[in-house]
Write a new protein. Structure first.
Length: 64
């Protein structure tokens, strides 16, 4: 093998070993984080939709 490459089987074993060390969130934490992400996405969706609408109206006013 070329220098610096790993055996794929060893790599997958290492990944499995690391996954066992991960500190996974508890169910309540996961629900809270999910709600925060969804609300953030909704906020930015509405925000950028309003900005887009406002800029579109400004362009329409200047071009008419």
């Amino acid at each position: 093998m070329a220098e610096g490459t790993k055996n794929p089987v060893k790599f997958l074993r290492d990944v499995a070993k690391e996954m066992k060390r991960v500190s996974w969130p508890k169910r309540d934490e996961l629900i809270k984080y999910t709600i925060v992400v969804i609300l953030t996405v909704l906020f930015f969706t509405i925000f950028f939709a309003l900005v887009d609408l406002g800029l579109s109206e400004l362009v329409r006013i200047f071009l008419d």
